[in-house]
Design a protein around this ligand. Sequence first.
Ligand code: ADP
Length: 477
Amino acid sequence: MTEIRPLYLNGQWQTPGKPLDVINPSTGEVFAQVATVDRAGVKQAIDDAQAAWPGWRSLTGKQRGIYLRNIADSIERRANEIAKVITLENGKPLAQSRGEVGMSVDHLQWFAEEAKRTYGRVVPNQLPGKRHLVIKQPVGVVGAIAPWNFPLVLALRKVAPALAAGCPVVLKPASATPLSSVLLAEAIHEAELPAGVFQLVVGNAKEIGEEMFSNSNCRKVTFTGSTAVGHHLIKQSAENVTKLSLELGGNAPLIVFEDADIDLAAEGAIIAKFRNTGQSCIAANRIYVHQSIFDQFVAAFVEKAKALKIGDGLSEGVDIGPLVDEASLKAAIANIEDAKKQGAEIRCGGKRWGDSQGFFLEPTVLTGASENACCLREEVFAPIAPVLSFETEEEVIAKANDTQYGLAAYLFTQNLARAWRVAEALEAGTVGVNDTVPATSQCPFGGMKQSGLGRELGIEGMDAYLETKHISFAGIE
Ligand code: ADP
């Protein structure tokens, strides 16, 4: 029997409900279990968080920042162990899990500082005797719903700013990857946060969501996941006008102009497409290459894709791990079959890899897919890279923007004026110019159009957890 990992509720380790199996996607086997809560347990978690709110909000930003720094130190001390758990439950190569832990620590350190800077302002009066203040206050208990593709760092993009702002948090990790959040809870426990300020709930996603939106003590929900679930949460938020931040799907274009450094662009495209085995919301979903350099780019890109090492993320030197589960693998293979029907030619990969029960797909490069192919219209969470050619800047900007999504976009060029012009024209919350690793603690991250509402990280990352209050004085003679 595997040990049942507990939840963290009101400062206690608890195993309330039927345990949930956690599967290693490299082997298809259950390697751990985690406790769950039912809806009554979620209600209790929110109500206990509410009870902890007055104490937490009354601390100074500096005091809350010290707690955050202590959480960061605890995670940093256990970085190797935490990285291994991320790889076991998510499948990503260990080096990428270490990178995720490093970025998580950096987010905590950033928001530890931002906790001190929730500035308001004094506004000049226009009537005699009046004085106006604008102050920022914590919104209240936050329900945070996190995905499985970056289980630690995407949870912390919510937990860190919410705690810094003075809000207790009820975190619901994805059912596929709950263990990273259990380790986060251990770091929080070690940092001795007051009971109830951080609550970890695992269980039925629909039930947890329903409780968050119907419980008037839960003032804000922040979610990272698919646009389909995002639509549903927007509707649910109407009941109590629950504040909502959404970081949803993407369908990022990556454009390689004829004046680009081709090798740099091919290497950048490898990172943008195949990092995290293609399961990243900012992954390059469509690669547009100027027709004059198309063959040269495809040759370089395919050579690099073929050189990627596939395997269990715990093995040394692996670049491509498994997909997260069987359903994702099936969807990816269906996507490739659809592209073939839509005229695509497979330049490398295209099939399941290995003889284990793991959910591996070979890195796949496609050319010549028609515009209707699913892999161009939908967000593809798999290592599938469709490459297309274009003739003019105007044409490629129109194609890049022809999507309901607007999370990220990339372009490669050595022409400064073009870089500026195209970056301004692309409808995306983040644009990488000769850069395919743009996300960083100190800059805002989030989507335009149906890719989301609001921004995480940067100074904007705090706003999601703050209310703005105007205090007006009269009779100041
Ligand atoms: P993905 O599986 O691609 O990450 P999802 O949007 O399905 O995207 O899941 C993201 C997170 O949202 C997970 O924690 C999942 O359990 C949760 N989730 C899924 N459906 C709901 C729902 N109806 N209400 C609340 N949370 C949900």
